[in-house]
Design a protein around this ligand. Structure first.
Ligand code: COA
Length: 331
């Protein structure tokens, strides 16, 4: 029998650089409350959100994704021509095909890399990092660009009391490449399709088109809150354990920026020591879904809360239900 030559990759992988793009339009709670019969105080108390960013018509998913990618490439010191795979995590690219990844790769000037989009909602960025790490270690790619981008303002019904104040827009990106030391720990990920109705599009495009409506997002806030606060804390601890670490070894905790109360409940459930710096980008960015973790990281670095060599625990979760967590060493 003919033996095939196996694919061989790098001994280890790591994040080489990261960056983000924050849309220009600031939307305070006061702008939303009338349509949903709410108040600034209610939104702040329940979610920690005071304002969010919404993309202008010019700030397309492609523009935001490309800008975040340029930021991450510059931080990594990697030329676009060195990228041989682009993964975009998004649910708000309005073209079913072609992928946003292929368009972004071309705009960046990458040389015909593999390029594809993934649909894992708010958990998309951590899925992308897990895939990128395995591609680098498996030998399918040397440098992978992972982007999370959303324009959820477009998918949100501004009169829906359950979602209008939560979701927002933005993009974040990271470059994953080879490493001499382990820089991305084992992923803990999964899905629970039985509870797909907790966060979902109200209807499919054909049904929406038939009735002239728009398939906005809908969410059952209470069960999502309970699931995220407790089950996700367990998954985060499992990722730490699989990396051979404990909470005492952590420098940064960077959970998906879904809701400030969820972030605080997770930190408490995980008994994080005081020295662990916790991402709280949500307060003036809202929930940017697949973009929230790289954006939160970028802010922590800018404000001196995340430094090169820090050990950070990432956990993302959302519609599906889906989740993914891993420990990374920051570049
Ligand atoms: N403004 C003002 N009052 C509102 C409101 C709004 N937008 N939405 C609901 N209320 C009221 C309800 O009518 C209810 O009033 P009542 O007590 O007089 O009956 C009260 O607030 C509680 O409603 P409830 O639906 O139980 O709210 P909640 O405490 O669960 O808070 C969320 C709602 C959405 C803030 C909360 O469930 C949450 O944060 N869930 C997680 C969402 C999330 O992070 N999703 C992203 C996952 S990726």
């Amino acid at each position: 029998m003919t033996a095939l030559r196996p694919s061989t990759g790098a001994a280890h992988s790591r994040i080489l650089g990261y960056g983000g793009y924050r849309p220009s339009r600031v939307v305070p709670n006061s702008e939303l409350v009338e349509a949903i019969d709410s108040s600034d105080e209610w939104i702040r108390t329940r979610t920690g959100i005071t304002e969010r960013r919404w993309a202008t018509p010019e700030e397309t998913v492609q523009l935001m994704a490309t800008s975040a990618a340029r930021d991450a490439l510059a931080d990594a010191g990697i030329d676009p021509r060195q990228i041989d795979c682009v993964i975009v995590a998004t649910v708000s690219h309005m073209l079913q095909t072609p992928s946003l990844a292929a368009a972004v790769a071309h705009e960046l000037g990458a040389e015909q890399p593999a390029a594809f989009d993934i649909s894992a909602a708010c958990a998309g960025f951590c899925h992308g990092i897990a895939l990128a790490s395995d591609l680098v270690r498996g030998g399918s790619a040397r440098h992978v660009l992972v982007i999370g981008v959303e324009r959820l303002s477009e998918l949100t019904d501004q009169t829906d009391r359950g979602t209008a104040f939560i979701f927002a827009d933005g993009a974040g990106a990271a470059v994953v490449g080879p490493s001499d030391e382990p820089g991305i720990g084992p992923v803990v990920w999964g899905s629970d399709g039985e509870r797909s109705d907790l966060i979902t599009q109200r209807e499919g495009w054909p049904e929406a088109l038939a009735t002239g409506s728009f398939p906005h997002l809908t969410m059952q806030g209470n069960p999502v809150f309970r699931w995220a606060s407790f089950a996700m804390a367990k998954s985060a601890l499992e990722a730490l354990d699989r990396a051979g670490l404990s909470v005492d070894d952590l420098d940064c905790f960077v959970p998906h920026q879904a809701n400030l109360r969820i972030i605080d409940a997770m930190a408490k459930a995980m008994k994080l020591p005081d020295h662990v710096r916790i991402a709280r980008d949500i307060t003036d960015m809202g929930n940017t879904s697949a973009a929230s973790i790289p954006l939160a990281l970028e802010r922590m670095r800018r404000e001196g809360d995340a430094r090169s060599g820090d050990t950070a625990l990432l956990i993302a979760f959302g519609a599906g239900l889906t989740w993914a967590a891993q420990v990374v060493v920051l570049p």
